[in-house]
Design a binder for this molecule. Structure first.
Ligand SMILES: Cc1cc2nc3c(=O)[nH]c(=O)nc-3n(C[C@H](O)[C@H](O)[C@H](O)COP(=O)(O)OP(=O)(O)OC[C@H]3O[C@@H](n4cnc5c(N)ncnc54)[C@H](O)[C@@H]3O)c2cc1C
Length: 505
């Protein structure tokens, strides 16, 4: 691919334009994986990874609240190419160590530029190039503007805004005399020892945070509007432990345990569609075993939706329930009426007092990293496009987005998309094409255009809030992100790159 110093609309003084064949956005688990696959599958391709933050890790670097850990097992959340040797559920620190090893072992550090935030991306069909405006933050806090050009943009920026979490607007927050904290911006100086704490929310973050702080606090109240499904088990993998005892090679253990985990997860996912009531009862039974028959499971732990319509949060070793049983933590299922001077009044009239209120209310979905996109000087609205297999978008050339799975580990798809990108780049080279653009075929003309995800299939609040911002989906496999790893693991590697969905120029 060619070198270029393409001009852009805003003049930059004394700034050289740097060109790479492929530009990867974000050094989270997807971006580091992309860099690995590009290096190994397409050696000789020039590339950089631009990362807005000051280090790698993405989600695992941003979140620093006590107890932060995965809720997927690392045999599948880890990459397929690097064995995971720790406990299945890992802390952020363990995940960062693992990612750091991938970077060091493959000499990827030379390609990553930290504190480089991309603000604008413009495609020029005349030059077949993306031009990116980048703000670089220097050690002294000052910034400089840089410009990069690239033939291919690989979006590994995740799906939510890192700078700030989502906090709904509640009446009376200004009256509360204690501290309000969002877990995504956990303050270094937050002292919760001996304090009364309310955690608003009941997702994975609340379930992780509460057992981690409960012992030190006077009391923690989990205040939830509606319940979540939880499943609980030992944080150990029996098969992995047995294979280790037999001194089986770690590469084999990784592959075998991955297959077993995926086999079991497939069965559970199928049950959620074929026998939702049975699965629901099994999940509730698990909670009952921890909390006892006297606990009001119906009110606090029986969601109104089908299992897996939202993520099922994993509780390793039942730690959340141990906190509730010991009396250090409690659950209130009610809606917030108003914040008060001393805490929260609920709609049913309960007065909950607190010194600290933690809003574990989730994140703000961000479509493609809050970057202003243009194609040939026209501002691009991603919600006006249709997705090609949940990776590319109609009318948007030379761009792939990594969007993982909800019911399976994100990284499974990051690996699959990486293979796809490397195959596509090879295909373009073979064809002598400089541009690949998804386009609807004549037979797709009357295809119904649907939201990115079917709410019947999966409907967490952050998706429901932002669905209108996301690209559309068709009703054919080529035009959707199926959210089905077990189908996609065969479909994506075999996808016909010449079936008319991709136009080459
Ligand atoms: C607390 C928490 C726990 C989770 N646990 C799991 C789990 O157990 N299993 C699972 O499958 N999923 C989990 N997820 C979902 C999780 O986000 C993904 O699995 C995965 O970490 C996403 O990786 P990523 O690299 O695609 O994106 P991210 O981790 O979001 O990283 C994206 C990177 O891109 C950078 N970036 C974004 N925009 C720009 C820009 N304009 N310029 C430059 N850089 C930019 C960001 O700074 C960030 O470093 C969890 C999410 C959260 C919030």
């Amino acid at each position: 691919m060619s070198q270029s110093t393409a001009p852009h609309d805003a003049p930059l003084t004394d700034t050289a334009v740097e060109h790479v064949d492929v530009l990867i956005v974000g050094a989270g688990i997807s971006g580091v994986g992309a860099a690995y696959h590009l290096t190994t599958q397409r050696p000789g391709t020039s590339f950089v990874v631009l990362e807005a933050l000051d280090d790698f890790g993405g989600t695992w670097h941003t979140h620093k609240y006590p107890g932060i850990r995965s809720d997927s097992d690392l045999y599948t959340f880890g990459y397929r190419f690097k064995p995971w040797t720790g406990p299945p559920i890992a802390t952020a620190e363990q995940i960062l160590t693992y990612m750091g090893e991938v970077i060091d072992e493959n000499d990827l550090g030379q390609h990553i530029r930290y504190r480089h935030k991309i603000t604008k991306a413009s495609w020029s069909s005349a030059e077949n190039l993306w031009t990116l405006d980048v703000t670089r933050t220097l050690d002294d806090g000052s910034t400089e503007q840089l410009r990069f050009t690239t033939n291919f943009l690989w979006m590994c920026q995740g799906y939510y805004r890192h700078a700030q979490g989502y906090t709904p607007e509640w009446p009376g927050t200004e009256n509360f005399t204690g501290r309000i904290v969002h877990p995504q911006q956990w303050p270094d100086d937050l002292d919760y020892a001996g304090k009364r704490v309310i955690v608003i929310g009941s997702g994975a973050t609340a379930a992780t945070l509460i057992p981690a702080i409960a012992d030190a606090c006077e009391h923690v109240t989990m205040l939830q509007r509606s319940p979540t499904y939880f499943w609980t088990a030992r944080n150990a993998n029996e098969l992995a432990d047995t294979l280790r005892e037999l001194e089986v090679d770690e590469t084999w253990i990784h592959e075998i345990v991955r297959r077993k985990v995926l086999h079991d997860q497939k069965a559970i996912t199928e049950l959620s569609f074929t026998q939702p009531e049975f699965l629901r009862e099994e999940l509730l039974k698990g909670v009952r075993e921890h909390l006892g028959d006297d606990f009001d499971i119906d009110t606090h732990f029986s969601p109104s939706y089908r299992p897996w319509q939202q993520r099922i949060a994993f509780i390793p070793d039942g730690d959340l329930f141990a906190g509730i049983k010991s009396g250090k933590a409690s659950v209130v299922t009610d809606e917030i009426d108003t914040f008060t001077e001393k805490g929260i009044r609920t709609k049913s009239g309960q007065e909950l007092t607190a010194d600290i209120i933690i809003t574990a209310t989730g994140f703000d979905l961000s479509v493609l990293g809050d970057i202003a996109f243009c194609v040939d000087d026209e501002p691009l609205q991603f919600h006006d496009t249709v997705t090609y297999r949940g990776m590319m978008f109609t009318g948007v050339p030379n761009l792939v987005w990594v969007f993982g799975y909800f019911r399976a580990s994100w990284t499974l798809r990051a690996d699959l998309v990486s293979d796809f990108v490397c195959r596509l780049l090879g295909h373009m080279e073979d064809k002598g094409a400089a541009r690949v653009t998804p386009q609807l075929r004549p037979e797709d003309a009357d295809m119904p255009l649907l939201p990115w995800v079917d709410p019947e299939n999966f409907n967490p609040n952050y998706m429901m809030r932002s669905m209108h911002l996301l690209p559309k989906r068709g009703d054919k496999p080529e035009w959707q992100h199926s959210q089905d790893y077990w189908a996609e693991k065969d479909i994506i590697p075999a996808a016909d790159l010449d079936d008319g969905c991709l136009r080459y120029d």
